[in-house]
Design a protein around this ligand. Structure first.
Ligand SMILES: [Zn+2]
Length: 373
């Protein structure tokens, strides 16, 4: 998904990106409004006018959602939580924070800021619809936008995580119990249940002949269900890994390859024998990089006898070598964001003492989460 983001502009110093999926949504929304809504309200309008109104609605809704997202971010920034960027995708947005919220009161303020902005926008568009009372198209457009912003508000206030209402509920439970994991679990379950109800209602609509409305409901429900699950997983990750160190997750001893070995021997003696896709490379007793099947594949098979492991290894990774005493949480960032599947662990002298794989990490998280339930 990362490569599908396009940087638009900066606002208050925060970069705003759109996910390319948003273009599809923009087209879908324009179409929905132009064919499913405005023809009923303005029966005598021409095709071009209907499509222009539909497009204007979709764009102004985009701006409304951006402002909603921004109000969350500004409150976050004010409370010392810098925002790295805002990505708009599907029908919503995600503000990426440098750090996680560590206090329920701040979370409460942050979560409430968005809905308050939506209320303000609804009021503004309603006022504009009164001002443009004499111009039929502008009046209908503004009136519709007031209505749509109210819908955004109502939808976001459903008390299921990760919607704003769910965040408010989570913050409230968190403040009472002091247990963020439990609070997140309850709020995510409600979010999940709400998502399922939306999807079922959407399917009922589909079969009842309300195709566009039904599809939207199924679509939003599906997105929400995923968000509820991943939001919960992320908190579980942080919570369970909180007490662990890299040494708790790593595997040792490790099979390492000398930089002077040939690629032929690497394939025959290491890959085929140990069934790993990558190995730490050692040069003079110290970690010199990682070598993977991908690196081997770049070299012509005819050269495998002469080519040395040291020539093809990824040496960048030495920078990210872990220490046994590091908190296990650092792994999540490196493995999930940078996409490393296996990372070497070294001691003070640079000798390899262990290795962490994504699978081991996931398994540890699963076991710890199971024990804590
Ligand atoms: Zn929001």
């Amino acid at each position: 998904m990362h490569s599908m983001n396009v940087r638009l502009f900066r606002l208050f110093g925060i970069p705003v990106e759109i996910n390319l999926s948003w273009l599809l949504i923009l087209a879908l929304m324009t179409w929905t409004f132009a064919t499913g809504f405005y023809p009923d309200v303005l029966p005598d309008a021409g095709r071009t006018e209907l499509w222009m109104l539909g497009f204007a609605t979709a764009i102004l809704l985009f701006v409304s959602i951006l402002l909603h997202e921004f109000s969350h971010s500004l409150v976050a920034a004010r409370n010392g939580l810098p925002i790295r960027k805002i990505t708009l995708f599907l029908f919503g947005g995600v503000a990426q924070m440098e750090r996680d919220v560590d206090n329920p009161t701040v979370e409460l303020k942050m979560a409430a800021a968005g809905p308050l902005m939506s209320v303000a926008l609804a009021a503004l568009f309603f006022a504009l619809s009164k001002i443009f009372a004499g111009q039929r198209f502008a009046h209908v457009l503004m009136h519709n936008l007031a209505y749509v912003n109210m819908l955004v508000l109502v939808f976001n206030m459903v008390p299921g995580f990760p919607l704003d209402g769910g965040r408010i509920l989570r913050a409230a439970i968190w403040r009472r119990t002091g247990n963020i994991q439990k609070a997140t679990r309850i709020a995510s379950r409600i979010g999940n249940a709400f998502a399922i109800v939306l999807m079922i209602y959407g399917v009922v609509n589909l079969f009842g002949g309300v195709v566009i409305g039904g599809l939207w409901l199924v679509f939003i429900g599906f997105f929400l269900k995923q968000a509820a699950q991943s939001g919960y997983l992320l908190v579980t990750f942080r919570q369970t890994l909180g007490h662990l160190r890299v040494s708790d997750v790593m595997r040792s001893p490790v099979v390492t390859v000398d930089a002077a070995e040939s690629l032929r021997r690497l394939v025959d003696e290491y890959v085929l024998r140990h069934h790993y896709a990558s190995f730490p490379v050692i040069d003079g007793g110290k970690l010199a990089g990682m070598v993977s099947l991908k690196d081997v594949k770049r070299v012509d098979m005819a050269r495998w006898n002469e080519a040395r492991v040291g020539e093809v290894a990824d040496r960048e990774i030495v920078k990210y070598a872990l220490r046994p005493e590091y908190p296990a949480e650092t792994l999540v960032g490196l493995m999930m964001k940078k996409g490393y599947g296996r990372l070497p662990v070294t001691d003070d002298e640079g000798a390899v003492v262990g290795i962490v794989s994504r699978r081991d990490l996931m398994e540890t998280i699963k076991m710890m989460a199971y024990l804590e339930e």
